[in-house]
Design a protein around this ligand. Structure first.
Ligand SMILES: Nc1ncnc2c1ncn2[C@@H]1O[C@H](COP(=O)(O)OP(=O)(O)OP(=O)(O)O)[C@@H](O)[C@H]1O
Ligand SMILES: [Mg+2]
Length: 292
């Protein structure tokens, strides 16, 4: 199985005092968060969150339940508007953007609790993601003009190609809601990829998967990065996965970053061990208390 990093990854500083892999240093980070924060009532769910992600980096966001990880994804995708700070996608300030605009600017995500169109086919779920790329003028569709069928053929071919990443072509006609849990998680990734992102956010992609599915997923996340030349930021409690494929890791606790670094630095950081990993638990599950 291919694994990153093959060589120890060197993280190097970028101007905002964040760090990205050395190979991405020639280009600006695909994502930068500066002093990002959000309050819910009196509670600061995320505080002074600073992070940069290199253009081909696989990065991890970890921490205990309730630390604020999913909230960070909701801020990045504008499900929530930040109370403080800024988010730059490929250097572009996003303060005026909504969820759709952020997706067009290059961020796609999956959800901790799967969100598919259960009653639609697997292929149609992917085609919804492709909507950003392939436009059907109204009259082409109503009148079923040749240009409509040409685009429909293109959408079908693109959907099948994307499904082939996970070997799911044979499932194209199945109802999404009828798929086993692991396959639904994989379909969510395919649908997100169909929007042609530069940065893919995965919220607990291995949740509910068995060890062999998780091992395949790890391989496929690396394959996706290598095939599409994109960055991936993942939230995960499975430390084998995080330590196996992430290059830069950011640890959140009570809404605040308590550590950043390479897998080796994070595994051996006493503050992270105390707050999350626990002693003798550096390569397995993080301290996830119960599922969601
Ligand atoms: N819309 C909201 N309104 C009020 N509080 C919220 C809201 N969304 C999140 N929170 C709170 O923010 C905190 C962080 O929640 P979040 O879901 O981001 O945690 P998490 O790190 O993703 O945890 P887990 O590992 O369990 O998924 C929690 O205390 C949560 O209750
Ligand atoms: Mg979460």
């Amino acid at each position: 199985m291919s694994r990153l990093p093959k060589e120890p990854v060197k993280l190097v500083p970028v101007p905002s005092t964040n760090k990205i892999p050395e190979r991405d240093i020639g280009q600006s980070p695909i994502l930068e968060c500066r002093h990002l924060g959000i309050d819910f009532g009196g509670l600061a769910a995320v505080k002074d969150f600073n992070m940069a992600i290199g253009r081909t980096e696989i990065a991890g966001l970890i921490g205990p339940n309730g630390a604020g990880k999913t909230t960070v994804f909701n801020l990045l995708t504008k499900v929530y508007q930040p109370t403080r700070g800024s988010i730059l996608i490929d250097g572009q300030e996003t303060s005026r953007m909504n969820t759709v605009q952020v997706n067009r600017a290059g961020i796609a995500r999956t959800f901790q609790n799967i969100r598919l169109f259960d009653k639609l086919s697997v292929e149609d779920n992917v085609k919804i993601g492709l909507h950003n790329q392939i436009r059907y003028p109204m009259w082409d569709g109503i009148l079923r003009l040749p240009s409509y069928w040409k685009k429909e053929k293109l959408a079908h071919e693109s959907a099948m190609e994307l499904l082939s990443i996970f070997g799911m072509e044979d499932l194209a006609g199945h109802q999404a809601g009828s798929l086993p849990y692991g396959a639904q998680r994989r379909l969510e990734i395919v649908r997100a990829l169909a929007t042609n992102p530069s940065l893919l956010l995965l919220d607990e992609p291995a949740a509910g998967m068995n060890p062999s599915e998780t091992a395949d997923l790890m391989e496929n996340i690396v394959k996706i990065r290598d095939t599409f030349h994109i960055a991936i930021l993942l939230i995960e409690h499975d430390m084998n996965l995080v330590m196996g494929i992430c290059e830069g890791i950011c640890v959140l606790n009570f809404g605040q970053i308590i550590a950043k670094g390479t897998p080796d630095e994070i595994k051996n950081n006493p503050v992270v061990i105390e707050a999350y990993l626990g002693k003798g638990n550096k390569g397995n599950k993080g301290n996830k208390k119960g599922g969601k």
